[in-house]
Design a binder for this molecule. Structure first.
Ligand code: ATP
Length: 261
């Protein structure tokens, strides 16, 4: 991974691929993970692989709604853990909320590997320099006290059948706001039907998830989660959010890409 020069125009994309390939070899990902990533990459190419002004506003709105929630939770699947696990742990420390591993193709082995990976990340982040506005020890205490949920399948997402309905009773089941990067459409719909605030990150502005969520950040998950941590420290306020406009903004940027030819 270290061999890619900084000047390489696809450096971030190649690093993401390398991380996912490594994680797949270690058994952290489902077989379809690469296909999902490939679909995301194609949209990111059209977005110019950068966070748009519209996506930045969605990030601020998401931060505001998470800060406003009584019981926020960050739901993590395999790809998100690999590409943005560190950022998710930082965000959970700022929000003082749990993270929950919740995967579409649930197997005990993958759950265990993802949870151990997050525990290692938590240990690493606790030793990092504290963000401004945090005392060093206060930061490491907050990071160390993040609950990593998911192993105990004692909750249910009403409205879904089979293993996909499984969640933690102290996490997603009890939450009033859920940040679910890369969620699938059915679960997004079920969470909304339960009255929760559903905040998603999805590079495809036309996916069912993107269209159903209360706030959709159309951006790459690693970039978006880094910017979300910054936004959480700035205490933004909840607004009257027009999510369809955010999706139209993303599609307009993609359509403009044709002007480059
Ligand atoms: P839906 O059920 O919502 O219509 P889908 O079936 O298209 O979605 P999935 O395969 O469940 O989607 O999930 C992949 C989604 O995640 C795609 O919409 C893809 O664009 C998006 N995606 C993949 N990788 C990333 C990434 N790194 N950052 C942000 N979004 C991503």
């Amino acid at each position: 991974m270290g061999d890619i020069p900084d000047s390489h125009p696809r450096k971030d994309s190649l690093l993401a691929r390398a991380k996912l390939t490594e994680a797949a070899a270690e058994g952290l990902l489902a077989e379809s993970a690469m296909i999902a990533h490939g679909r995301g990459e194609a949209f990111d190419y059209l977005l110019g692989e950068k966070t748009s002004e519209s996506a930045s506003q969605a990030i601020r709105e998401t931060a505001a709604r998470l800060l406003n929630a009584e019981r926020p939770v960050i739901s993590l699947n395999g790809n998100t853990t690999v590409l943005a696990g560190e950022q998710a742990i930082r965000a959970a420390a700022i929000l003082e909320c749990p993270v929950e591993v919740n995967i579409y193709y649930r197997t005990p082995a993958r759950m265990e590997k993802l949870i151990s990976s997050l525990k290692e990340i938590r240990e690493r982040v606790a030793k990092e320099e504290a963000p401004s506005a945090w005392e060093g020890s206060q930061w490491s205490d907050s990071v160390n006290s993040i609950e990593i949920l998911g192993a105990n399948a004692d909750g249910r997402i009403e409205g879904l059948e089979g293993p996909r309905a499984i969640c933690s009773s102290r996490g997603i089941e009890a939450a009033d706001a859920v940040l679910v990067p890369l969620e699938d459409g059915d679960r997004c719909e079920a969470l909304i039907a339960l009255g929760k605030q559903v905040l998603v990150i999805d590079l495809n502005p036309l996916s069912r998830t993107a269209r159903m969520a209360h706030v959709t950040i159309v951006d790459e998950v690693g970039r978006a989660m880094t910017k979300l941590c910054q936004a959480l420290s700035e205490n933004p306020l909840v607004s009257h959010w027009d999510n369809d406009q955010a999706l139209r903004d993303a599609l307009a940027i993609m359509a403009e890409a044709s002007n480059q030819i």
